[in-house]
Write a protein that binds this ligand. Sequence first.
Ligand code: SF4
Length: 82
Amino acid sequence: MDELDQSWFPMAACRDTDVTIFFRDSTSDEAKAICAECAVEEECLNYAVDTVSQLGVFGRMDAKEREKEFGVHPIRVRFVVN
Ligand code: SF4
């Protein structure tokens, strides 16, 4: 995999927020409101798609929305119990 561009990280509107709100369904609207004011929303969404992020809000989209829009299927980890 090519090295991913992370130069936009310092411009993230969520940088100084409680990022846990981006990983809870109950607060996804709050997270998306922060994304709406973010200067690097497009870069962030591309990053999430490129890295097949399975959780969280990135670029104002949650994982289900990314899967629907881009066909990015979450990698499912299975534990086999003998
Ligand atoms: S688009 Fe949202 S999740 Fe992405 S860097 Fe901006 S505020 Fe953070």
